[in-house]
Design a binder for this molecule. Structure first.
Ligand SMILES: [Zn+2]
Length: 84
């Protein structure tokens, strides 16, 4: 699934993709922020003061039953760079 993390305070968006449970991935983002791991999202958050409620997460695409080797391989590689 593809999701969008939007920071209302700075009008910044991050797009990520995961095959795992959405909630797991979101928890991971906030864990990355807490531990200040060098990920695009945590870099954004650690350099600025934030109120968590100003972060919004939207689900952009929810694909089910996609075969392991989908023809979307190319698109998927492009998105990996943006993976959070
Ligand atoms: Zn921000």
């Amino acid at each position: 699934m593809v999701y969008l993390l939007y920071c209302r305070e700075h009008k910044t968006m991050y797009v990520g993709e995961t095959k795992r449970a959405f909630k797991t991935r979101v928890d991971e983002h906030f864990a990355n922020i807490r531990h200040q791991r060098a990920k695009p999202v945590s870099n954004h958050y650690k350099n600025r003061s934030h109120v968590r409620k100003n972060s919004e997460i939207y689900i952009l695409e929810h694909i089910t039953g996609v075969p392991e080797k989908s023809q979307n391989g190319h698109r998927q590689r492009e998105r990996e760079e943006l993976d959070l």
